[in-house]
Design a protein around this ligand. Structure first.
Ligand SMILES: [Zn+2]
Length: 157
């Protein structure tokens, strides 16, 4: 690609005034020497001046306020979702800790605490698994009920 072709591609951008100072100087220099590019350059400039004189369409204030309201609603919903996720994680960890802790307390109160350390510890672990699953199921049902209620509340807004 020679200088002529390279600079010819820049003429449109130059007319829009979007070139760097060096690029603009090269275009100016070439245009003063090349008749073909000079003609195209003046056509581009005419077009640029015409475009600049056109009125810039402005969005109606109603559209702007509606868009802003939509954006803030979206952001609120996203923040709400993030918060919900953190609450869910916290509830899961809490539920799990509660399951383990309460199981230990129950074992301790029933005097079977040391069964854990016994060689045949399969049964206590089975009990713990069942107990944990029951608690998780209860927690899951509670989470679903809360989620459905939350969605219903949001629809009412
Ligand atoms: Zn040229």
């Amino acid at each position: 690609m020679n200088d002529h072709e390279k600079l010819r591609e820049l003429l449109g951008i130059a007319a829009a005034g979007a070139l760097t100072r060096d690029e603009q100087e090269s275009v100016d220099r070439h245009v003063s020497e090349c008749a073909g590019c000079a003609g195209e350059w003046s056509a581009h400039r005419l077009l640029a001046v015409g475009l600049r004189s056109l009125p810039i369409p402005q969005p109606s204030s109603e559209l702007v306020s509606r868009t802003l309201a939509q954006v803030s609603l979206r952001m609120e919903m996203q923040a709400d979702q993030r918060w919900g996720q953190w609450v869910m994680i916290f509830l899961m960890l809490f539920g799990w800790l509660l399951a383990v802790a309460s199981w230990l307390v129950i074992r301790f109160l029933s005097g079977n605490y040391l069964v854990w350390l016994a060689p045949g510890f399969a049964r206590p672990w089975l009990g713990l698994s069942g107990y944990t699953m029951l608690l998780w199921l209860t927690g899951g049902i509670a989470a679903v009920i809360l989620g459905v209620r939350h969605q219903r509340e949001r629809r009412m807004i």
